[in-house]
Design a protein around this ligand. Sequence first.
Ligand code: ADP
Ligand code: MG
Length: 243
Amino acid sequence: EPEPARCLDITDLSKRFGGVYAVRGVTLRCMAGEILGLIGPNGAGKSTLINLITGTLSPDSGMVTLDGQPMTGLSAPQCARAGVGRTFQNIRLFAHLTIRQNVEVAHTTALRHRAAGRALHDVDDLLGRMGLRGLADRMATTLPYGLQRRLEIARALALAPGYLLLDEPAAGMNDVESEHLVELIRQIRNDFGCGVLVIEHDLRFIRRVCERVAVLHMGEILTIGGPDEVLSDPRVIEVYIGG
Ligand code: ADP
Ligand code: MG
């Protein structure tokens, strides 16, 4: 029985580093249970936006809510427990723990802080779905890169997120692994009912997995819409080619 899907609302979010805006006035409604792509050239502010949504960074102004519940002002662990799950552009696993232990840490946290009525996923089931069950007792960092990325997703799912934010999950994957990831993301959405916001450089990947795509350029939303429409938009092609 999947959780009721929840929407993630980002309202007029801004963040400056020094005097320079990394994210400027971003308003974005991530709908319940949708797979939404976030693209844009290097330095556009994509990772900063995810860091602001997940409490890794605090915004200068603006607001984030998950199904109406404010996330702004919460720490990263508080955001995670409140239902905003994430992976990192630069993989962050517990290097001294096994694959199973990496997921168990999150699962134990989720058990301790479980909101009434929120079902949790079984650790072995999560490992199985990610193709990691047979490797569960190996140290996390001995895994090839593509599997480390899947382990990060398993760990995020152990917290039963309402929204899952993936920062370049296909980076460093070969074509076969990346194709498998497309299927996995769809399955996660369908089986767990969570929405997925995915940052990815590989536009073919974005086109295959996303129902809508938002384009970030110099910290601002340039456009948002269906993948075909957005990826053929001359303004989008211009920022990719023009840099
Ligand atoms: P993207 O993920 O789209 O490549 P980032 O969000 O990483 O972009 O970066 C957006 C802008 O903010 C860049 O100009 C980057 O140099 C700057 N930036 C990001 N993080 C920091 C930070 N911690 N301190 C200073 N500047 C930062
Ligand atoms: Mg980034």
